[in-house]
Design a protein around this ligand. Structure first.
Ligand code: ZN
Length: 383
């Protein structure tokens, strides 16, 4: 499939180009809610990748950024790579958090989550000659709204995953480990409507929304289940105006994570069934578990073993972890696809001002990705 020089060495020798390209992509800020920035970024990626014989498709969005899909080869079987265009950093972050090379690391907004993966794909498309793909085609999907739960990108992830033999998600590696299972999750909001009154003159005419919410919060916390890996986090509360006024409104926003499919149903029912203690108050509960858990199946174990062999070939040791955070990998797994996640570069502190990438991991992880692709094509894991 490629010329004889080792893949790792070959990509290492292009380090300067890798860094320049990454700088370009990081400096085009692409906050999830900033369509202009995201579309600018995808235009730039499209331009950079136009040197390869790949087909490009754009899925236009009105509200969110457009999604983009690259395809190499025209085989019947598909290997899907997933990245995303958006980051959690609002436009302008780059001013206080510039792209900077510091020793063996690079810092910058979105550098590890997930822009370094574009550089991996840039080298991968260079390494793979479409004539040698056999029955396979490679598809790289970049969604525009992954960091906010893929409200518009989800359907593309699902439809591509459904027709793919394997799905390789280029989210950052967890200290080098692959993510073979991920918790699913969702968000619920509990609103309490009470009745305001003077705390001194006529408290009996009021209905205290905060007091009612306190009951609801404690009840909701009890939905957690350590054994099945379900966690509940009461993350935000609001309510009240002044200390001497009976509050007529209070609300809580709650984060839920689940590891088992059955828990999705149980939790959603629990929230639906919430009812008031104080009949003078009224509840409104909304939300859902929108990200299904990514569960490790037998097929995933097979693919993981293949990845371990691929790693061994290039002198790497791979391990696996379960993580609490979700990604587009969750949606791909939920439609039955065989998903390996965390195949992106190595770094850390994602979503924070200290987010960093370990430069050397670009070459290392691209070499790994290349081996996985090669072995998947050879071994036909789908059979
Ligand atoms: Zn990400």
């Amino acid at each position: 499939m490629m010329k004889e020089m080792g893949v790792y060495e070959r990509i290492c020798s292009k380090e300067k180009e890798s860094i320049e390209l990454l700088k370009k992509f990081v400096e085009i800020e692409s906050f999830s809610y900033h369509k202009i920035g995201i579309d600018h970024l995808s235009n730039e990626i499209e331009k950079v990748f136009s040197k390869y014989p790949i087909d490009v498709k754009r899925y236009k969005e009105e509200l969110y950024g457009d999604h983009i899909r690259f395809q190499l080869g025209k085989g019947e079987k598909q290997i899907l790579f997933i990245s995303h265009l958006d980051t959690v950093f609002p436009q302008g972050t780059i001013t206080n958090m510039p792209f900077i090379v510091e020793g063996d690391k690079i810092k910058g907004p979105g550098v590890i989550d997930i822009k370094a993966s574009y550089i991996m794909m840039y080298h991968l498309f260079d390494l793979i000659n479409s004539d040698h793909l056999g029955d396979y085609q490679l598809v790289w999907l970049l969604t525009s709204d992954e960091e906010i739960g893929s409200p518009s990108g989800r359907k593309f992830v699902e439809s591509e995953a459904q027709v793919s033999e394997v799905v390789l998600v280029l989210e950052p590696a967890a200290d080098g480990a692959l993510k073979t299972s991920r918790k699913g999750g969702g968000k619920f909001t509990i609103e309490v409507f009470g009745k305001s009154a003077h705390a001194g003159l006529n408290p009996e005419d009021g209905a205290n929304a905060i007091e009612e919410l306190a009951h609801q919060i404690l009840h909701a916390s009890s939905f957690s289940n350590e054994k099945s890996g379900t966690t509940i986090n009461i993350g935000e509360i609001r309510g009240g105006s002044l200390f001497n006024v009976v509050p007529d409104y209070a609300c809580a926003v709650i984060d839920v994570r689940v590891l088992q499919a059955a828990e999705v149903d149980r939790i959603e029912k629990k929230f639906q069934k919430l009812s008031v203690q104080n009949p003078k108050t009224r509840l409104e509960v909304s939300g859902s578990i929108y990200r299904p858990p990514m569960i490790k199946t037998e097929k995933v174990e097979e693919l993981y073993q293949l990845a371990k062999k691929a790693a061994h070939k290039i002198g790497l040791h791979l391990s696996e972890v379960m993580v609490g955070g979700g990604s587009d990998g969750n949606y791909a797994a939920a439609v039955g696809a065989t998903v390996l996640d965390g195949l992106g570069c190595v770094g850390g502190k994602a979503h924070s001002s200290d987010e960093f990438l370990i430069i050397d991991s670009i070459a290392e992880r691209t070499a790994l990705l290349y081996e996985i692709v090669k072995m998947t094509i050879q071994s036909d894991i789908s059979e």
